[in-house]
Design a protein around this ligand. Structure first.
Ligand SMILES: Nc1ncnc2c1ncn2[C@@H]1O[C@H](COP(=O)(O)OP(=O)(O)OP(=O)(O)O)[C@@H](O)[C@H]1O
Length: 227
């Protein structure tokens, strides 16, 4: 049986600027993401991968087209409603980890849950559970500067996981890591996808990513490029 679709982009275009300087970052993109699938968005620098990921993750809105997340049409939603939807359904992992330097690993992971009205005890259980999943429970009181790049990315993955998202979107998650560390981060994303069926979309031009994922969507100049 085919898996249900968790997200759908329909006729998406995104333009930056206007007039002669307008950049057509995405042009008429139609794509679906199956529940539980692992998909890579591949393409050279400037092809539109991050823009696509931001639109899929409701960080940005398209100029044309519709975005459906878990059956919800995001077109009429205000920025505030989009932000609640994001909190509820999407976890982000960035190339440069984006941890808050003055917060410990535990506090960085806890942060998204503080926007939800949850009992303190439940928050503590969830944070410890995801830190254990990424193998960093014993480093929970360390600050980002006291952690290696790979460990910081694990904290970022724990932060993305803590709200039980429907999808994890990772923008070049291995680009700032050496190849062994990058492989261990990929192993972690793959095992989460495998064990917990977390739908994962990775923007990357790393061949090590592309050869392992189930589906590669190739983008060039803002358009989907056939294989
Ligand atoms: N805020 C912005 N203002 C103007 N142009 C932008 C903006 N953000 C992106 N662009 C342009 O849109 C196009 C797509 O950019 P995007 O960052 O999505 O590409 P990318 O494939 O993720 O690149 P990279 O791999 O280098 O991160 C590029 O031409 C870029 O210069």
């Amino acid at each position: 049986m085919k898996e249900p679709i968790i997200a759908r982009l329909d006729g998406i275009s995104r333009y930056y600027g206007s007039g002669a300087g307008q950049v057509n970052a995405l042009e008429n993109i139609t794509l679906s993401f199956d529940k539980g699938a692992m998909t890579a968005l591949a393409g050279p620098s400037g092809s539109g991968k991050s823009t696509l990921l931001h639109i899929l993750g409701c960080i940005d809105k398209p100029d044309k087209g519709t975005v459906l997340i878990d059956g919800i049409d995001t077109t009429p939603l205000s920025l505030e409603q989009l932000s609640s939807l994001r909190l509820e359904k999407i976890g982000f992992v960035f190339q440069s980890f984006n941890l808050i330097p003055v917060l410990t690993a535990y506090e960085n992971v806890e942060l998204p849950l503080l926007f939800k009205e949850l009992p303190k005890q439940l928050i503590a259980e969830k944070v410890q559970e995801v830190l254990a999943k990424v193998g960093l429970l014993e480093r929970k009181n360390h600050y980002p500067r006291q952690l290696s790049g790979g460990q910081q990315q694990r904290v970022a993955i724990a932060r993305a996981l803590v709200g039980n998202p429907s999808m994890i979107l990772a923008d070049e998650p291995t680009a700032n890591l050496d190849s062994n560390t990058g492989k261990s981060i990929l192993d972690l994303l793959f095992s989460l996808n495998d064990r917990e069926s977390i739908t994962t979309v990775i923007a990357s031009h790393d061949p090590a990513v592309l050869e392992r994922v189930g589906k590669v969507v190739r983008i060039r100049d803002g358009r989907i490029f056939p294989d």
